[in-house]
Ligand binder design. Structure first.
Ligand code: BGC
Length: 383
């Protein structure tokens, strides 16, 4: 008897989490609408992708040749401190590796580039920033653990007269306004996650409602696996992927919306639970990034489902493993998050600051939709 009460309570609690998850996402969508300036223009994106992979490698080599001439008495003596929110993140690993290679190709000495792991802890990262300031680095590149700590970080770094390049986790509009108003040497480099969310949704819309509405009830039942809310990418990708469906006139129903913290194992767990609870009613699984989509794929396999036949799955980043799944038809699609363009822009901004140049306060880039059609091409570029 007692056991039954406990399990009923547990079931109710589980349901409550799930309902709250979907509900809170809707609320977030409303809040976000207030701050949305304009929806990313996805139509131009395909043609404006910055130089990825092969091009990037060529650029890096060409830049290395140039570096000797452009950096005389310059970059080889400059020091750069790089704070990464956590090393244990697939995408940020690609990002920091390319960042270091490109900085070296531009004339920095490898010994003068220090890259540290914030271990997903803001206190740890704040200490690392203090240490870099004490050491007297010439420029800082920071991927904040908590973007909400940006104001404190900026005050500290600007106060020490060190130029600052934020990457990957975009500080708030208010915070960015302070850089402009005070003309501080601070910038942000990143892509507009509204664009990647929209593209994720379009990957599904492009299939046609008839195909996606597997249970034929006239609406699309979906599961949303969100990244860490400290990165605005998670909120925007969640909101805009679903918006692409509703903009196409589709009715949607959120079955589960939970935070998987950009993490493969958490993505797998969330999707396994969702499939156990909702079974064949789950038609689409949206993951805010590919790491979580890889986990979702394992859960889908374990549940005996087949992507593109009786369930659809999308992610973001275009990790090599995810591209492989798209090629095999085991993921519906992904969106290229161009770590080459972003790391090069971040390095170029750091170099601009180090040389005393004027640097834009916001440096953007474009995402690119990846389907079965172009996945091999993208894989050849990124690997
Ligand atoms: C990427 C994620 C990554 C996160 C880290 C996002 O832009 O898509 O894969 O985990 O940044 O902040």
């Amino acid at each position: 008897m007692k056991k039954k009460v406990v399990s009923t309570l547990l079931a109710v609690a589980m349901l409550a989490t799930v309902v709250t998850g979907c509900g809170s996402s809707d609320n977030k969508a409303t809040e976000n609408n207030d701050t949305v300036v304009e929806t990313a223009d996805t139509t131009t994106a395909d043609t404006t992708i910055a130089d990825t992979a092969a091009d990037a490698a060529a650029d890096t080599a060409a830049a290395a040749a140039d570096a000797t001439t452009t950096t005389e008495g310059g970059l080889a003596d400059k020091t750069v401190g790089v704070c990464i929110y956590q090393f244990n993140d697939n995408f940020m690993t690609l990002f920091r590796t390319e960042l270091e290679n490109y900085l070296v190709s531009q004339g920095f000495s490898k010994d003068n580039i220090k890259i540290v792991d914030g271990a997903n802890d803001q206190a740890t990262q704040s200490n690392q920033i203090d240490n870099f300031i004490t050491e007297g680095v010439d420029v800082l590149i920071i991927n904040p653990v908590n973007s909400s700590s940006a104001e404190t970080i900026t005050d500290k770094v600007v106060g020490a007269d060190v130029p600052l390049v934020y990457i990957n986790r975009e500080p708030s509009a208010d915070e960015q306004k302070r850089w402009v108003d005070n003309n501080w040497d601070v910038t942000y480099v990143g892509c507009d996650a509204r664009q990647s969310g929209t593209m994720q949704g379009e990957l599904i819309v492009d299939l046609g409602l008839e195909k996606v509405d597997l249970n034929g009830d006239g609406k699309v039942q979906y599961v949303m696996v969100e990244g860490d809310p400290e990165n605005v990418d998670a909120q925007y990708r969640t909101e805009f992927s679903v918006k692409a469906l509703t903009d196409a006139g589709w009715e949607v129903e959120c079955l589960v919306d939970q935070v998987g913290n950009w993490d493969q194992a958490q993505g797998e767990q969330i999707v396994a639970n969702a499939l156990a609870q909702y079974g064949n009613d789950v038609e689409v699984v949206f993951c805010n990034n590919d790491a979580m989509a890889l986990g979702a794929y394992t859960a889908i396999q374990n549940a005996g489902r087949k992507v593109n036949e009786n369930i659809y799955l999308t992610g973001v980043d275009a990790l090599a493993e995810a591209l492989q799944l798209v090629i095999e038809g085991n993921m519906t699609g992904t969106v290229l998050n161009d770590h080459f363009a972003q790391s090069h822009s971040a390095a170029d901004a750091a170099i601009g600051f180090a040389n005393g140049d004027t640097v834009e306060k916001y440096i953007g880039c474009d995402y690119k939709k990846v389907t079965n059609e172009n996945a091999q091409e993208v894989l050849d570029q990124v690997k």
